[in-house]
Design a protein around this ligand. Structure first.
Ligand code: NAI
Length: 338
């Protein structure tokens, strides 16, 4: 029998968790032949509802799910895991300042970084979904070092990437499968830069660039960018809750591609530690276009894409925001003597 993959989902009793665990359990991430042991972690006050999720998973009678645990103890949850979906985070409450939110999350992700180092496999791969996702991933990686290498940490911008694909497909009058290589640069926040300058669309049997297929430059450099940047807020306005189904699907897309590799000629958006590419300071967890090698399962930042002044300006803004967040998070670590 193939050895099971042990996958942890934190915040599993929450909204995203509820959609995410079923997708992992039924083989959407690691494939229909791969057994999965699912570990779910949430805070003690959610123990009962987490137990209910576990019962529902059992009732799904899934051939791929060979084990399911509902835990409230961090050390037990991180034990021997292969993949970590870090979804649980402190939500922004009314009247809460940005720096209070950062400080609360720094505490959570510092603790989880240490738990990763102490209990997880050194090969564990991590996606941080909980906001502020990029900076949470930065802190988590810092405290998991040196046991777990920084390249194993990522933050999710795949939902923004998928939103951009959907907008381009609708505007070009094609299906999603006909669009590839949109890019989300930077932070998972409203400063992100959704960029279609290098995207390709297959239309009427021919592959053309997105600008040709959409044939509306003003839209692509204006409304399109703000639609993608503000899509999360638009969903909250209508649903009264933040995106959950689409966020769960995006987390699965992210880890599936990391696990099996990207298609030849395809790139996807993933926030990973910068190696200095495109002038982004080294170590910052920044969303780049990446390709993943199916054999080594390692990502590499796509090199040599030309950036015009417009793109450079947008990338500057999101870089500055991430530097500020990083510095505030590091200061919060110091102030709390962490
Ligand atoms: P939610 O509030 O429904 O669920 C969060 C769960 O995490 C709760 O059950 C809570 O008890 C748990 N939790 C909090 N701290 C924890 C800890 N230290 N350990 C374990 N569990 C903990 O929130 P929802 O809608 O599921 O969203 C989760 C996070 O994902 C939020 O931070 C949200 O902002 C973020 N998000 C990120 C997106 C992205 O594209 N990166 C997209 C959508 C949401």
């Amino acid at each position: 029998m193939v050895a099971p993959i042990r996958a942890l989902v934190t915040g599993a009793a929450g909204q995203i968790g509820y959609s995410l665990v079923i997708e992992i359990a039924k083989g959407d991430v690691f494939g229909p032949e791969q057994p999965v042991e699912l570990v779910m972690l949430d805070l003690p006050f959610c123990a009962q509802s987490l137990d209910g999720v576990k019962m529902e998973l059992q009732d799904c009678a899934l051939p791929t799910l060979v084990g399911v645990e509902a835990l409230t103890d961090e050390a037990a949850a991180f034990k021997n895991i292969d993949y970590a979906f870090l979804v649980g985070a402190m939500p922004r409450r009314e009247g809460m300042e940005r720096k209070d939110l950062l400080a609360a999350n720094v505490k959570i992700f510092k603790s989880q970084g240490k738990s990763l180092a102490e209990h997880a496999k050194p090969t564990t791969k991590v996606i941080v979904v909980g906001n502020p996702a990029n900076t949470n991933a930065f802190i988590c990686a810092k405290y998991a070092a040196p046991k777990i290498p920084a390249e194993n940490f990522s933050a999710m911008t795949r939902l923004d990437h998928n939103r951009a694909l959907a907008q381009v497909a609708a505007k070009a009058g094609v299906t999603i499968g006909a669009v590839k290589n949109v890019i989300i640069w930077g932070n998972h926040s409203s400063t992100q830069f959704p960029d279609v300058r290098h995207a390709k669309v297959t239309k009427d049997g021919k592959e053309v660039d997105a600008y040709t297929a959409v044939n509306d430059n003003a839209f692509l450099q204006g409304e399109f960018i703000s639609i993608v940047q503000k899509r999360g807020a638009a969903i909250i306005e209508r649903r009264k809750f933040s995106s959950a189904m689409s966020a769960a699907k995006a987390a699965c897309d992210h880890i599936r591609d990391w696990h099996v590799g990207t298609q030849p000629g395809q790139f996807i958006s993933m926030a990973v530690p910068s190696d200095g590419s495109y002038g982004v300071p080294q170590g910052l967890i920044f969303s780049f276009p990446v390709q993943i090698c199916p054999d080594t399962k390692k990502w590499k930042i796509v090199q040599g894409l030309e950036l015009d002044e417009f793109a450079k300006g947008k990338i500057d803004v999101t870089t500055k925001e991430l530097i500020e967040e990083r510095d505030e998070a590091l200061k919060a670590c110091e102030e709390a003597n962490m």
